[in-house]
Structure formats: structure tokens, C-alpha cells
Write a protein that binds this ligand. Sequence first.
Ligand code: PLP
Length: 405
Amino acid sequence: MTISHLARSIGESATLRLNERAKMLADQGQPVIHLGGGEPKNKVPITAILSSAAKLTAGDVKYVPTDGTPSLKRAIIRYTEEHYGRLVAPENVIVSSGAKQALYNILVSIVDPQDEVIVLAPYWVSYPEMIKMVYGRPVIVQPEDGTFQPRLEEIERVITSATRAIIVNSPNNPSGVVYTDDFIGALVELCERKGIYLIMDDIYHKLVFDGIRPASAYQFTSQTIETTQIIVVNGVSKLYGMTGFRIGWAIASRPLVEVMKNVQAQTTSCPAAVSMAAAEGALTGVQSTVESLRLSIQNNRDVMMTELRTFNGVHVVRPGGTFYCLPDFRAFGGSSEALAEFLLTTALVVTVPGKEFGAEGHLRLSYCGAVKDITEGIKRIRWALDPEAPNEIYIGDRRMVRDWL
Ligand code: PLP
């Protein structure tokens, strides 16, 4: 069997691998606690269900325009005006099969072999792999002070004549950090000065806590949508908990959208019509579902922070958004992969090794599930690692005694 060098260089998705492993253990009847998840447990908004059901009932499920149905694009334009203060044209919008495909289309469209794309650590696992998939070179910027808030000087230092773009994800997966307005403003200025794209992955921008409003990059530019370096990516996966529908989008200048449209036409033809109907239903329906999802996740964040504070040796930056946090577990050994494996086998708790996100020694913990899973999960992790935690615990109906500390 011949496999290309490129394909061989692409890493397996650690989160998907862990999900499979956790499912296997759960299917065997093991009481697994999943703190590795990347999707809220809410029911899909009813307006999304009705809208997609109507599409199905009509029996009219065919190819649709490559860049998205006009009515979904209208809904996205309204969303962009309301949340970003920018009025864009239908030709500035392209709908894709998830924000993931939108990001990939962007990279195919702007990166030549050996071009560099700057990624800010900690980063979403897929960015470096996607950059490699278009023969580009990911250039990782590691914030030196452990705050998860990169400094502009650190970014400016790595810009070369080969730099094509910077990818920014705020609120950030995996740290939950929301970058400051000053930082986003400075990045916009930097990208305009250097003539490089600023890709804003805003997929979590409404899942924010404590009254924080993440900055819209557009507010810092006087450029028009046709001349700006800013590309905005968003979607319904996290906002409405509609991960399974696979609908995301990008907002960019007309020429760039035109190229992305060609890329999409030659790869997937168009996003699925039923899913687009669902996304339109979500975007145009009552928005109280977003607020109740946000409030329940904020409550989960509070529970997670309270639980982690009882944990000796663990340091965590309080998340301002998303449904993740990235506690520092270096007090318990350097390898996050070994630690995650140990926690899964001894305590049946799924976590994601920080190494996957460029944050070795940390674990990504999700709080998008049930409160009882958060409390039980952290209780088990403490039992496995913290000598001050009681050395006996029940995992399911099995009494477990810790004899390794
Ligand atoms: N961007 C970030 C930062 C994510 O965490 C994810 C999903 O986990 C995505 C993009 C992909 O979103 P979608 O489900 O719309 O492809």
C-alpha cells in the first residue's frame, strides 16, 4: 500500500481517538466520566428541527448553490450586522460543511507550499495539521509567561516574508481565555501593516461569561470588507450546540470568497441542504436557547473552578468563555499524554493531553456536560493524584483503594 508523505505527516485527531476509547469502555459497562468532550449536551433548537424537517418532508433535497442557499446567507448577513456591526454582501459570505471546512478552504486559497501561518499556543489541534495539509508551515507562538495571552512582540518577532496569515481563536479552545480588545486591535494593525491575513475563528464568540464581550476584529479597521485583511469564521456548532449538522461559514472579500467557492465546488459541491435549512432555522428563530446554553455553561465553569481549587498543586487560568479550561498539572509529571492515559485507566476519566494543543504538562478539561460529571470527574482525578484526597473511592459500585501515593 502506498501512502503519500503528506498524508503520513498528518496526526491522528487525539480528541476523536479518546472519544472512541471512552465509548468502547462505556459500551463495556464501565462508569466512564467524559471531561474530554467538545460539544454541549443541549437539545438542538426547535426552530432548527422544524426547518430541516420541512425541507425533508418536501422531499426536495438536491444540490444547492456551492456557497450556500440565498436564504441562509441572508440570515448570516443579518447575524454579521448584529454581532459584528458590519453590513456585508452575499458575495462576501460562503457557507461550508462546518467551520472546519471553512478554515481549510481559506488555507487552500491563501497558502502556497512553504508559506508560513502563525498559530498562537495553546491552539486548537487542527490548525497545524490543516496548515501542513496545504503544504504550508505552521509557526507556533508560545506565550512565555504562562497566562495563555500571547504578546504582540512575540508574534511580530516570527513574521517573515513567507508569512501569509495569523489564526486567532478567541474565546480560545483549549484555554477558555478571551484575548483583550487591545490585543485584537494591535493584531489588526499588525496584519494591515504587514499585508497578511488575520483569520478570526470566532466559533465560541457568544459562549462568554461574566459580561465579557469578545472583540470583533472589524471594530479596529477602517478598511472596507473588500480591502480588509480580516477573515471571520463562525458557525452553528458551538453557538447552538448543532455540531452534527456541520454548518459553518466564512466572511471575506469577494475575490477570496470566489476562490474558496471554486475550492468547495471541486471538493464537496455544496453543504447539505437539510443542514443549511436547520442552520437557517436556528439563526432566525428565538435566540433564548443561546442564552440558556451560555448560562448553564457559565454555571458549569463555576463548578469546575470551585472543584479545581480544592486540588493541591493544580493551577488554572479562569476561563472567560468556551467550555474548556486548561489546568497546569506539571506538579504531577511532565507528560500530559501519560497522565491522561493514567487517569483513564485508573479513574475512568477522559481528559485531553495538553501536548495536543501545544501546552505540555496541562490537561484540557471540558465542562460542557452535566454538573455531576464535573464534580465526580474531579473527585476521581484528585483521588488518583492528590495525596491529601481520601485514598478510598467508589467508581460505579466498585470500591477502589489508592496504593500508589
Ligand atoms: N474551531 C475551533 C476552535 C473548534 O474548537 C472547533 C471544534 O471543535 C471548530 C473550529 C470546528 O467547528 P465545526 O464543528 O463548525 O467544524
